[in-house]
Design a binder for this molecule. Structure first.
Ligand SMILES: O=P(O)(O)OC[C@H]1O[C@H](O)[C@H](O)[C@@H](O)[C@@H]1O
Length: 448
């Protein structure tokens, strides 16, 4: 079977080949640091050999729990934020029919809804109203078990589920994914007797999609988690290659760092398949939280093409030249659709008649690549044979491994996120959270 492939040719006009080649020993050293666990953040390396260490028993346990939710729920609400929801959402949206939510519901195929990733009162009001006559379940996902957004949504959902379905059924259809010992989510799960899964200590949120954080909701959505893990396993093998040119993660890490050294401060991840929108969101957290430190780091951004060519295309073509693009290109769509011919040709589209829609999309992709490279935007391309679980698994591991290497190349700790606490501290102080009395006083004084 083929693998995903990285093509950096269209970046080489912007960086020196020799300088890129000089990354080989550095990249190898970063890979060794990861393997030996001798670098910064080395207590968060559980993701590195995660795919190859997942057992069949673990997958069976996840699938059995998913089945309980599938059999007993019309709707399953996945409560989580950041790394505790983006991976699941990325895979579920990539693998689901775009119009699933409008289709007639099938028994045993619950609708998946996400919550706990915002504090929008209208969002939560509308969600709880929608759930009023629904047989729903909840997967409460939080590594720390104390994240305000998620805890707040879960408080509402738990009560509603118990009120509507009774304590006993609620116990069956509420599942927790959290730390083994710490946090309020663990305390609640143990006290209420919920089925729970553990997020390993050494896997940070943004690297946790292949733990129950991602695997459970993905399995509930009816998506093949065996294949997802299988694809990741394959990439774990491919990305262990010491030869930089044969290791896509190493090559991607080296190329983006050399682009960065040449003033390309912003990476735009591009898709030409709207189903990949949330995959980009997952990727943004992975790279943004990992690399944005010590006043360094490429800013990860994303666009959905061709949609955003009609909104952001101008900026990308002619704006400040601090950007480069990484395109995720799906080689073959899962369905076939041809452009019909029309005798009258009123719309003038007969030049496309008989072509597959994807042929038009691919020419948009090629035309965009040529235009943007001409406009001074370096381009990398990750080609994906098909949009399926196996290749999504490959993509996930490829980007994770590259992120670890890239962070070490940048000489930061890619596995912590101290900056995220700043807003939380202020919010807790403003809300008079017990334990924040001093901060409350200080912040009130600032606001006078
Ligand atoms: O899983 P949780 O502990 O609820 O955390 C959810 C998310 O929020 C935090 O603020 C972190 O910045 C993220 O890395 C994390 O993924």
């Amino acid at each position: 079977m083929e693998n995903i492939k990285l093509d950096i040719n269209k970046s080489l006009g912007f960086i020196s080949k020799d300088k890129l080649a000089a990354y080989e020993p550095k990249v190898r050293a970063c890979m060794e640091t990861l393997e030996k666990g001798t670098g910064l953040g080395n207590d968060f390396l559980g993701w590195l050999h995660l795919p190859s260490s997942i057992t069949k028993e673990h997958l069976d346990d996840l699938k059995a729990t998913a089945q309980v939710l599938r059999e007993n729920c019309e709707v399953v609400v996945v409560a989580g934020i950041g790394g505790s929801y983006l991976g699941a959402r990325a895979v579920i949206e990539a693998m689901s029919n775009s119009f699933l939510w409008l289709q007639e519901k099938k028994a045993g195929q619950p609708t998946i809804i996400f919550a706990g990733h915002n504090i929008g009162e209208d969002y939560l009001y509308e969600l709880t109203s929608f759930l009023k006559d629904k047989k729903f379940g909840v997967i409460n996902i939080s590594k720390s078990g104390t994240t305000t957004e998620t805890a707040l949504a879960f408080r509402l959902l738990k009560k509603q589920c118990e009120d509507q379905r009774g304590k006993e059924m609620a116990r069956k259809v509420i599942v927790a994914v959290t730390d083994a010992k710490k946090g309020a989510a663990r305390v609640t799960a143990d006290k209420e007797g919920y089925k729970s899964f553990i997020i390993p200590d050494n896997v940070g949120g943004r690297f946790s999609v292949l733990t129950p954080v991602g695997l459970l909701p993905i399995a509930v959505a009816g998506i093949d988690i065996d294949q997802l893990v299988e694809g990741a396993r394959k990439m774990e093998e491919v990305c262990a290659n010491q030869n930089m040119m044969e290791n896509p993660a190493a090559l991607y890490a080296a190329t983006r760092n050399e682009l960065y050294q040449n003033g390309k401060k912003i990476e735009i991840l591009v898709n030409f398949q709207p189903k990949l929108h949330y995959f980009m969101e997952w990727w943004k957290q992975l790279y943004g939280e990992s690399e944005g430190k010590d006043h360094k780091g490429i800013y990860p951004s994303s666009v959905d093409f061709s949609t955003d060519l009609h909104s952001m295309g101008q900026w990308i073509q002619e704006g400040e030249r601090t950007i480069y693009e990484t395109v995720i290109s799906v080689e073959t769509p899962n369905h076939e659709l041809h452009v019909p011919s029309d005798e009258e040709n009123l719309d003038g589209l007969n030049f496309l008649a008989g072509k597959r829609v994807d042929e038009v999309n691919k020419m948009a992709e090629l035309g965009t690549q040529l235009a943007h490279v001409d406009g001074g935007v370096p381009n990398m391309r990750v080609s994906v044979p098909k949009l399926n679980e196996y290749y999504l698994g490959q993509l996930i591991y490829f980007f994770e491994k590259a992120c670890g290497i890239s962070g070490y190349l940048l000489e930061i700790n890619p596995f912590n996120q101290p900056g995220v606490e700043a807003y939380k501290k202020n919010m807790f102080a403003l809300l008079n959270k017990p334990g924040y009395e001093e901060e409350t006083k200080a912040i009130q004084a600032r606001l006078k």
